[in-house]
Write a protein of this length. Structure first.
Length: 169
């Protein structure tokens, strides 16, 4: 297994340490453990992780959702929300930041590992598809398929999934 670096953003120090221990036992590296949104943004700038585990309610002026919005402006790092709060307001705001997971505390170690693995895999596949789409947009076709390529270039939001690509051909 590749050693992925994970940033833990959690204001409960005991829970953060327990999560760090679990991640290390699963074979991941922990790039940093921070307690506020501002520290999370700084950590992403200084030492970009492969994935962020983000609590929503944090110490400081910003919450975890605000932090992810700012992190998205810096990098396309995948984020999984790990929180004890599940309400419509948090869920709606969280969805707008396009996380790759939302895990409620307390959580099972195996469930966390599954969410992390799926998020890392999905992020890597979306990155590959995005690069392929960029290459396709740079290619100048000699047939009337240019209309299809323009549609690809204008695709809103995250990269299409493999099933979307197959159905569009």
């Amino acid at each position: 297994m590749e050693k992925y670096k994970i940033l833990i953003v959690e204001d409960d120090i005991v829970f953060a340490e327990a999560t760090k221990t679990r991640l290390l036992e699963m074979g991941y590296l922990v790039s940093d453990t921070v307690t506020s949104a501002e520290e999370a943004i700084r950590s992403v700038r200084d030492d970009p992780p492969d994935l962020v585990l983000m609590d929503i309610v944090l110490n400081g002026e910003m919450d975890g959702i605000d932090a992810v919005s700012q992190i998205r402006q810096i990098s396309n790092i995948p984020v999984i929300y790990v929180t004890g709060y599940v309400n419509d307001e948090f869920l709606l705001r969280a969805k707008l930041t396009t996380p790759l997971g939302y895990v409620c505390k307390p959580f099972d170690t195996e469930a966390l590992k599954a969410v992390i693995e799926v998020a890392l895999y999905r992020h890597s596949m979306e990155t590959v598809l995005r690069k392929r789409r960029m290459r396709m947009c740079d290619w100048r076709p000699k047939t009337n398929s240019s209309r299809r390529l323009k549609a690809w270039a204008a695709w809103p939001g995250p990269s299409p999934t493999i099933s979307t690509i197959i159905s569009r051909q």
